[in-house]
Design a protein. Structure first.
Ligand code: ZN
Length: 68
C-alpha cells in the first residue's frame, strides 16, 4: 500500500448510523455515535430490549402431550 494518508487531525471519520444508515461524523462531541441521534440510539436499544423479552418469554406447554 504505497498511499498512506496522514491525518492532519482535522478530518473526522464518517460512519453509518446502524439504525437509519445516515452518515455520521465520528467526533467526540457526538455523544450518540455511532448513531446519528438519540432517537436512532433509542430505536436500536428498544429493538434489542424487545428481542430479549421475546427470548425470555415462556413457551406454553402443549396440552396434547398430556395423557395418552
Ligand atoms: Zn440514524
Amino acid at each position: 500500500m504505497p498511499e498512506t494518508q496522514r491525518a492532519s487531525g482535522a478530518a473526522a471519520r464518517i460512519v453509518n448510523c446502524p439504525a437509519c444508515g445516515k452518515p455520521v461524523e465520528w467526533v467526540a462531541e457526538n455523544r450518540h455515535r455511532p448513531f446519528c441521534s438519540a432517537r436512532c440510539k433509542g430505536l436500536d436499544l428498544g429493538a434489542w430490549a424487545s428481542d430479549q423479552y421475546r427470548v425470555a418469554a415462556k413457551d406454553e406447554p402443549k396440552p396434547d402431550e398430556l395423557g395418552e
